[in-house]
Design a binder for this molecule. Sequence first.
Ligand code: PLP
Length: 358
Amino acid sequence: MNFASDNIVGASAPVLQALVQANSGALPAYGNDEITKRVKARFADIFEHEVAVHLVTTGTAANALALASAVPPWGLCVCHQEGHVIDDECGAPEFFMHGAKLVGLPGVGGKLAADDVASYLKSLPKAVKQMPPKALSISQVTECGLVYSLDEIKALGAVCREHGLSFHMDGARFVNALVSLDCTPAEMTWKQGVDILSFGATKNGCLMAEAIVVFNPALAEALDYRAKRAGQVVSKGRIISAQFEGYFADDHWYANARHANRMAKLLSEGLSGIPGVRLGWPTQANEVFPIVPKAIDQALKATGAHYHAWTDVSLPADERVGPDEALIRLVTSFATTEAEVRQVVDIARSALSRQAAE
Ligand SMILES: Cc1ncc(COP(=O)(O)O)c(C=O)c1O
């Protein structure tokens, strides 16, 4: 039972098949091959917009290069205090932004509220001594498993426009959010003001395939040079684009995300039906954050189940993790089975009944 993350499994079958198919024969290097050209055109179809697309190997590279395109060395980039960009990338965005800084704001469930961002921006002194805000970055899905609604993204987009900020979306779990909102990729991005997107695919069936998708042409200008300087122009570029070809074919990416989200819903319902268990945040995509009695945490660990303890800093104000409780994160993927979900729920339930009997 491994619920540590959605990157703990390999590729899904159609992705692997596309990769094997793309392996044979000689093709131009550095992304000048036909597969890469087809995939870039497919991104434009998917987003119903002209886009510049850069294929990279990690989400960190996508975020760091996207933000470097949006923020000059003297600028600030606003994000959530728990955002992957500020918390989990070892300073890569700041490294590639050459001096610019990330500023993390609080918000329940990893979400930034438009009013809070606007108040923060208004509070900043405007003097040559102060770094001016130049971009906003949000994670869709958030680090607490929540999905911004279209209205919430739109409101943040409006704040960005009003204050002259570029709007970046970290979409490491992009399609899990799409499925949750039942909207189109265009509706979740540029139609609400998003300028540049880190489009994740690794967590949902690819081996290592992420894309920087640029809607605002002004931000695309130097991205190919930035990517090359970061070692992110892969010579056998077809190895990344083939993964995307398999990923997009027959809406395979949607099928994978629907499955992952459905498994999370099952897990969430199963666990929250156990007395003494409640959710830190509602389950909206493929991550479940239960607050469990320590007896359950210990019983799960004893069976070798993998998952992570989680921070409580973004819990709602009226929610606290008690001394005999643990807040944990369980992530489902395209490969999670119903049997695995049932096993976790059964272990959790019997741990509590054992405790009651003692
Ligand atoms: C919100 C978010 N952004 C980006 C990433 C991508 O990170 P990596 O550089 O590990 O591909 C992750 C992966 O955990 C993530 O959860």
